[in-house]
Design a protein around this ligand. Structure first.
Ligand SMILES: [Zn+2]
Length: 307
């Protein structure tokens, strides 16, 4: 980790940084470069720019894409002054609130230390960052023309957040999926996840992949379509257990506490999944009482992790 950009497909690079173990992508074309995600502070964004210059002094970053709203993917945007920042419309809509949410979490509990992979200095930089919002947003899909190749950004539904997109470089068989997929940890079900819709969203993105595709997750090593399919199935199982318990009339507090051997991830990582799933199932079914109780008790772990 931290060794700079490695080529994972033709003129498609990934750098993996130790703080929050986050990936940054770089797509080179005749008419400039696209950076995919920008790390967790302005300072970290400038470090990305330094790594890009080490790769090639003449590389011009003309575009930045945010795969979703979370701080470890957006806070470095401001470093790329010559670039247009692209994101889904829901990222632009929720950015200010998410910036405040994550900053207050860090103020309450920095959670730093060797085991966390980041230091108090990193937290200071997060808190000091004035986050640059996207300049260009879209609803379903948009493209970036680099002259000799096209990069396609596609929103196929909600999942890890309501604004996750894929970034597809079709000629190279490479796709960035942000935190819709994670390789170095289980997928993150946070306070803004959509657990009942996530698997369906991944199925849509899978339609663009084949056996040779290289898929870059938000965190961890590049994977293939089979990995995505398998994690999609695991996420689907989480949604299925939530739906079953909701339909069987369980209380939310019983549902978040009761193990099920089918669940692919530890229960304490699924607390927000159950609470959010309860809320969404209630909204689908028009159940106002359940909706209210699920809203009242959102958010489990206060400690900021990879987001
Ligand atoms: Zn995230």
């Amino acid at each position: 980790m931290g060794s700079g950009f490695l080529e994972v497909a033709d003129q498609v690079f990934v750098a993996r940084y130790p703080q929050w173990d986050v990936n940054v992508g770089l797509v080179l074309g005749r008419d400039g470069a696209v950076v995919v995600d920008t790390r967790a502070s302005s300072l970290q964004g400038f470090e990305v720019l330094d790594d890009i210059r080490r790769l090639g002094a003449d590389i011009e970053v003309r575009h930045v894409v945010n795969t979703h709203v979370h701080f470890d993917h957006t806070f470095g945007n401001g470093a790329f002054t010559a670039a247009t920042v692209h994101a889904h419309a829901n990222v632009a809509r929720s950015l200010d609130a998410d910036v405040e949410r994550i900053k207050s979490l860090f103020r309450a509990d920095p959670g730093d230390g060797p085991e966390a992979g980041y230091t108090s200095r990193d937290v200071v930089e997060v808190l000091a960052t004035a986050v640059r919002a996207p300049d260009s947003t879209f609803g379903h899909s948009a493209t970036i023309d680099l002259g000799n190749r096209v990069v396609t950004m596609t929103w196929s539904g909600r999942g890890h957040t309501d604004g996750d997109i894929s970034v597809h470089v079709a000629d190279a068989g490479a796709m960035f999926l942000g935190d819709l997929i994670e390789e170095s940890a289980p997928p993150s079900f946070g306070q803004d996840c959509w657990p009942l819709e996530w698997a369906g969203t991944l199925t849509e993105h899978l339609g663009w992949l084949d056996a040779d595709s290289v898929v870059v997750p938000g965190h961890g090593s590049p994977v293939d379509a089979e990995f995505v399919r398998s994690q999609r199935d695991a996420v689907a199982t989480v949604g299925q257990v939530i739906r079953e318990r909701r339909a069987a009339g369980w209380s939310l507090e019983a549902a978040v506490a009761e193990p099920d051997s089918r669940l692919p991830y530890a229960l304490d990582r699924l607390d927000s999944a159950f609470r959010r799933g309860w809320l969404h199932a209630a909204q689908d079914g028009g159940d106002a009482a359940a909706s209210t109780s699920a809203t009242a008790s959102t958010a489990s772990s206060a400690r900021p992790g990879p987001d």
